[in-house]
Design a binder for this molecule. Structure first.
Ligand code: AMP
Length: 422
């Protein structure tokens, strides 16, 4: 038996309803803030991610699914959506008529991480990006939008963690101060961090290895090194979050794994996920559009870990699978032929109807209707066909009534539109 690939998973009926519910809720919330959906390919040239995400990141160093296609081109299954959306923004010159654009996208991402609970090799993200707005009010609004989405979904126990990563003006000063500390604790760092230290010392703050975490407890905080503009950006952000009633905490260690962030970095954390506490993360990346060949464009975005959101919600609620409005229990060839036609007509009118295709007893058919959760069963056999009427059984009240076969489909559709209201 061929099994699926390690770290990959199926989303089966019974689970998928919750995914759909989350998608619909996210689309509705994003629409209210003016975000349009964008769909980008799941493969891109490797160079896009190498340059966009940064050569020194875990993702690019060790996690990407990269291969040569049959034409010898180096391509990668996308590990995140931001770089692709930036590429699309530049490639289609979307900045030309109006640089302000707000996008969201929902889809699979691929990272070859060690699979564990809450961490998969194909996982899903709900991603949003805004281009062309520099104001920190947008940062606050974006975090508020996430907060609102989680609230709508009924996710409790969340908190925004925010930090500022400064900008090319102030970060070099911080880098110096951090390097001085890292030099002192070098012996305690893991081999990865020893290597990272000189190229990208901020990444050491993000390392999960306990000795590295211990080593950086005394590290200086980047918020103590911000330039005037970054400081006022951060002040407006935190004031905005307070104004909008978003619970948040200043998290001086939050740097996030990607190289491109500037100023605002944030995560939404929850106590409901054990070790993998981040359910969403994002930040501002004011330099990325230009570094990938576009005009200077401020930008900010986030990605929600869809799988983790589903895990949280599955603990708290379930979304019922669709149940048929009618089950047609047909007995005999003539009835089955008629039922087959009614089913097609009812489906065309938007009603979900099931029937028995095999030659089963009435008892077996009633059992199946019950298992599917059908609201009504229409019972029709040879004698009913001859008499021009069928029996309609209300599965909740067990009441039965006769229904003329003439105009049957119209009557069934009518009874449904009445029921939809309740
Ligand atoms: P990132 O793109 O790394 O900033 O991640 C954004 C969010 O995606 C995280 O907060 C997680 O919730 C989720 N995520 C990242 N990697 C994985 C993974 N391998 N499996 C499941 N969810 C993930």
């Amino acid at each position: 038996m061929i099994q699926l690939i390690r770290g990959f998973k199926d989303i089966l009926p019974g689970e998928v309803e919750l995914w759909q519910h989350i998608e619909r809720t996210a689309q509705a919330v994003f629409a209210a803030f003016g975000y349009s959906e964008i769909r980008v390919p799941i493969m891109e040239k490797t160079e896009l991610f190498a340059r966009g995400i940064g050569e020194d990141t875990d993702i690019v160093e060790k996690e990407m699914y990269t291969f040569e296609d049959r034409g010898g081109e180096k391509i990668t299954l996308r590990p995140e959506a931001t770089a692709s959306i930036v590429r699309a923004y530049i490639q289609h010159k979307m900045h030309a008529d109006d640089p302000i654009r707000k996008f969201f996208t929902i889809g699979p991402m691929f990272r070859r991480e060690r699979p564990q609970k809450g961490r998969y090799r194909q996982f899903y993200q709900i991603d949003a990006e805004v281009f062309g707005i520099e104001s920190p009010y947008l940062d606050a609004q974006m975090i508020y939008m996430l907060h609102l989405l989680f609230e709508r979904l009924g996710v409790s126990h969340t908190q925004a963690h925010v930090n500022s990563l400064g900008c090319p003006v102030c970060r070099p000063n911080y880098r110096e101060a951090l390097l001085a500390l890292l030099d002192r604790v070098e012996e305690q760092l893991c081999p990865d961090c020893k290597r990272r230290k000189s190229r990208n010392p901020l990444r050491v703050l993000d390392c999960k290895v306990p000795t590295c975490r211990q080593a950086v407890t005394e590290a200086p905080a980047i918020v103590d090194f911000l330039c005037g503009q970054c400081q006022s950006h951060f002040d407006v952000l935190t004031r905005g979050l307070t104004q909008l009633g978003v619970p948040f905490a200043l998290d001086k260690r939050l740097v996030r794994g990607l190289d491109y962030y500037t100023r605002t970095a944030f995560e939404i954390q929850t106590t409901m996920l054990g070790a993998q506490s981040a359910v969403a993360g994002g930040g501002r990346y004011d330099g990325l559009v230009q570094s990938l060949g576009g005009p200077p464009t401020p930008a900010i975005g986030f990605a929600i870990g869809f799988d983790r959101l589903v895990e949280i919600l599955a603990q708290e609620q379930s979304v019922a699978a669709a149940k048929p409005a009618f089950f047609i229990a047909a007995l005999g060839d003539a009835a089955r032929q008629a039922a087959f036609q009614w089913c097609a007509q009812l489906a065309a009118a938007g009603a979900y109807v099931e029937m028995e295709h095999g030659d089963k007893s009435l008892k077996a058919q009633m059992k199946r209707a019950d298992r599917l959760g059908a609201a009504y069963v229409l019972i029709v056999g040879d004698s009913e066909m001859a008499a021009g009427k069928a029996m309609l059984r209300d599965m909740a009240t067990k009441e039965q009534s006769e229904l003329a076969l003439e105009g049957l489909v119209e009557k069934m559709v009518e009874s449904l539109s009445g029921r939809k209201a309740d």
